[in-house]
Ligand binder design. Structure first.
Ligand SMILES: *Cc1c(COP(=O)(O)O)cnc(C)c1O
Length: 365
């Protein structure tokens, strides 16, 4: 690619010119275990039924009030508490961007544990806000003292807690999170609980919110249908106290959810049992992989509440390339943060994919 014309360069922000575009790995012909996608598609009968429904949509019209049917269906699926509301994003990535936009008050900043989901820092940078990354412990637990000190020092506008975290896949200590939520509240900030992996997680913070709404007036809870099984559809949602959600919803582009997105999501929720069975299978496969890895002295695997497993190998670059040569694509996260040295992130796939993945990993150590 030729460099951008110097006259045009002046029009593009310097920091954006210095960025790398989000790299999507080429996966043609590969066992694709790099992006926490659900490996199962819809059964053929449901594919045909969905096709019929999508074919009948008024594609010539702007998205209409049916989007509210989806909001209601998601509220039912999540058992949303009374007094709460729900807004939709084109993936939760869009919600993360919209939050940075809505909360860009003078001196605003965003805080999150690191290593964590890359979009938190990126949303801050793109909005021109400071990002404060607070390192996790060597075992990827929250460093409570460091979190509380950073909250006191920076008084962040937004604090993200991924529950469970990406790429470490673990759920953090409930009592520590509760104290972080209280500390952010005392400083006048907002907390966003990011539950992208809710279908595979043993706990949801929504239960804490229901049990003690008074402690959660400054807490938003974000989820997505991506890891549920609709990564291609792009649908995220955010639940929070009505008045708070109403303000953030004002920055949302009016037609951000296409008619195809909402009809697919509605269809999936009508067949939530199919997706629940898939999640159950993925959790059983996760246990199988962890069990297998526990017998390999060269590999350290961390416990997972998501559809991915973080492992440390002797040489991540060698293992990644070896697996790739064997047509298995995973994510080499070893350069994302110093504490992830020699770590790979393995997405849990079908039983066949997981067998191929384990064999390729073993041969590539
Ligand atoms: C995948 C992921 C998301 C983004 O999901 P989309 O809805 O696909 O944009 C958000 N948060 C975390 C922690 C994730 O891992």
């Amino acid at each position: 690619m030729t460099a951008l014309d110097s006259k045009l360069q002046r029009l593009i922000r310097q920091d954006i010119q210095g960025m790398h575009a989000y790299a999507i790995q080429d996966s043609v012909g590969m066992v694709k275990l790099d992006a926490m996608e659900n490996p199962y598609g819809l059964p053929p009968a449901l594919q045909a039924e969905l096709g019929q429904r999508l074919g009948k949509l008024a594609l010539n019209r702007y998205p209409d009030g049916r989007v509210n049917d989806l909001r209601a269906a998601l509220a039912r699926y999540a058992d949303m508490p009374a007094g709460y509301d729900l807004m939709l994003g084109n993936g939760s990535d869009e919600l993360i961007s919209l939050l940075a936009l809505a909360c860009d008050v003078p001196g605003a900043s965003i805080l999150a544990p690191v290593p964590g989901f890359v979009m938190y820092a990126m949303s801050a940078q793109l909005q021109g806000l400071a990002f404060h990354g607070v390192p996790l412990t060597a075992d990827f637990e929250l460093d409570e003292a460091a979190m509380l000190a950073a909250i006191r020092q920076h008084k962040p506008t937004l604090t993200y807690i991924a529950y469970p975290n990406n790429p470490t896949a673990n759920l953090w200590d409930e009592a520590v999170i509760a104290r972080i939520i209280a500390a952010v509240g005392e400083q006048g900030g907002l907390v966003v609980m990011d539950e992208a992996y809710q279908p595979f997680s043993s706990r949801s913070w929504l239960d804490k919110i229901r049990a003690n709404p008074a402690a959660h007036g400054h807490v938003l809870l974000m989820r997505t249908l991506s890891k549920f099984g609709l990564a291609g559809v792009r649908l995220g949602y955010m639940i929070g106290p009505q008045a708070l959600v109403a303000e953030i919803d004002k920055v949302r582009p009016p037609y951000n959810i296409s008619v195809l997105n909402y009809e697919c999501a509605l269809f999936a929720l009508e067949h939530a049992d199919v997706f629940a069975a898939q999640a159950l299978e993925i959790k059983a496969q996760r246990a199988m992989i962890l069990e297998a890895l526990s017998a390999w002295p060269q590999v350290r695997a961390w416990n997972s509440d998501a559809n991915m497993i973080l492992v440390r190998v002797p040489d991540a670059a060698k293992a990644f390339e070896g697996m790739k040569a064997r047509k298995v694509l995973v994510k080499n996260v070893s350069k994302l943060h110093p504490s992830l040295a020699n770590c790979l992130r393995l997405t849990v796939g079908t039983p066949d994919e997981n067998r191929l993945m384990l064999a390729a990993l073993k041969e590539s150590l």
